[in-house]
Design a protein around this ligand. Structure first.
Ligand SMILES: Cc1cc2nc3c(=O)[nH]c(=O)nc-3n(C[C@H](O)[C@H](O)[C@H](O)COP(=O)(O)O)c2cc1C
Length: 389
């Protein structure tokens, strides 16, 4: 690809925000918050370091106590969470950056050990995740996922309201917006998908009814600060974490115009995920009128081509921004890149988190060339080693 990368450094107007370039930090679970879900000083430092990317999207953050699923993941459902996140957003804004909070409800991908009063995880239907998919690299109780509880209609409405209240807390915490994680196996895609949603009421059955939970969340969240405060990440055709849709094309060609009509802040649509049975980026891009964030496996030249060709307004980088806090400056100057270290993606402390060097520090011998793509990601769901089952 020969597109000059300058296009990545044109500012972009996202609603009321002016982003200084076309780079976004993809949401990355790093599990370095307090066990209570309150962000730490280390979290503040991590996001501050990356604030030169046009838009930061936080790691998956639980909108409610029942949405928790991973140890040391952050939350946004108590006053302490708001205070902790406020330190993060203040630090990012002081650097001239912008930051959205990704709301991630684990739904059936949780465990009574993680939930209030040892309650069973909530899901659209009582469909247990495949026990062979249990040993995710992310810290969680190290045992098979239990059978989740099929939500009552009352519980569904309460959960929608939790997404609304988390949005109110996001405003208090100083976020520039919120993104619903409706991809890779979490609660919203559990509602969207045919193997996890076996309901025959207003929230299951037809495409419209399966989409109703996500759209109701978006509508409830939009009452807080408008639809331009709310964004959505989807991954059509994804089979991650055992969630499948028999007809993704039907679902997403309905869902995306619905999101478009609501005037949400942006749609994040990663390409070609593992197990993807339908990679509909080109189709869905045409069905969405607002800003698009492309993601997954991008390098400097492929991202520049994506923006130059008008196929995306922003490009999110996961692993390359994880390993290169100053990725924007490196891209702009054609400097080499730190290599991401997978062993510390979900570990604890500063190692592999806030200690990736800024250029020119670091060992030139181990660096990647400036146009290298992100390494192919370790699977989100690693089968259990036989001995551990
Ligand atoms: C360590 C790690 C944690 C991730 N956590 C999340 C998450 O919390 N929410 C989410 O939507 N995606 C998550 N992802 C997916 C990334 O947002 C992104 O789509 C993926 O890394 C592919 O982009 P890349 O090739 O630029 O790394 C995670 C990926 C990695 C590597």
């Amino acid at each position: 690809v020969s597109t000059p990368s300058d296009v990545l450094f044109e500012p972009f107007r996202l609603g009321k925000l002016t982003l200084r370039n076309r780079l976004a930090l993809a949401p990355l679970t790093r599990q370095r918050s307090h066990l209570s879900g309150v962000p730490t000083e280390l979290n503040v430092e991590y996001y501050r370091q990356r604030a030169s990317a046009g838009l930061l999207i936080t790691e998956g953050t639980a909108p409610s106590a029942m949405g928790m699923g991973y140890l040391f993941e952050p939350g946004l459902f108590t006053e302490e969470h708001v205070v902790g996140w406020r330190r993060v957003t203040d630090a990012v804004h002081a650097e001239g950056g912008a930051i959205f909070c990704q709301l991630m409800h684990n739904g059936r991908l949780s465990d009574p050990l993680m939930l209030p009063d040892g309650r069973d995880p909530l899901a659209p239907s009582a469909v247990r995740p495949d026990p062979s998919l249990n040993y995710s690299p992310t810290p969680r109780p190290n045992r098979p996922y239990p059978l989740p509880k099929a939500m009552t209609v009352r519980e569904i409405h309460d959960t929608i309201d939790e997404f609304r209240r988390a949005t109110e807390r996001a405003v208090l915490a100083g976020f520039d917006g919120v993104e619903v994680h409706a991809a890779t196996g979490y609660l919203p895609i559990q509602f969207l998908s045919t193997n996890t949603n076996l309901r025959d009421d207003a929230f299951g059955g037809s495409v419209e009814k399966r989409a109703s939970f996500l759209l109701s969340c978006v509508d409830a969240m939009s009452t807080v600060a408008g639809a331009s405060y709310v964004a959505v990440k989807i991954l059509p055709g994804s089979t991650a974490q055992g969630v499948f849709d028999a007809e993704p094309e039907k679902m997403y060609t309905y869902l995306v115009p619905q999101l478009s009509k609501r005037g949400i802040a942006y749609l994040q649509l990663p390409q070609g995920a593992e197990g993807n049975t339908w990679d509909g980026y080109a189709t869905l891009r045409r069905l969405f009128d607002g800003p698009m964030i492309a993601a997954r496996g991008f390098s400097r030249p492929t991202a520049a081509a994506m923006v130059a060709d008008g196929n995306a307004e922003l490009v999110a980088f996961g692993q390359l921004l994880l390993a290169n806090p100053d990725l924007a400056t490196r891209f702009q100057n054609g400097w080499p890149l730190n290599r991401p270290v997978t062993a510390t993606y979900y570990s604890q402390g500063a190692e592999g988190y806030t200690d990736y060097p800024f250029y020119p520090d670091g060992d030139p011998e181990t660096m990647l060339p400036p146009d290298a793509p992100a390494p192919v990601r370790v699977r989100a769901t690693t089968p259990a080693p036989a001995a551990a089952r």
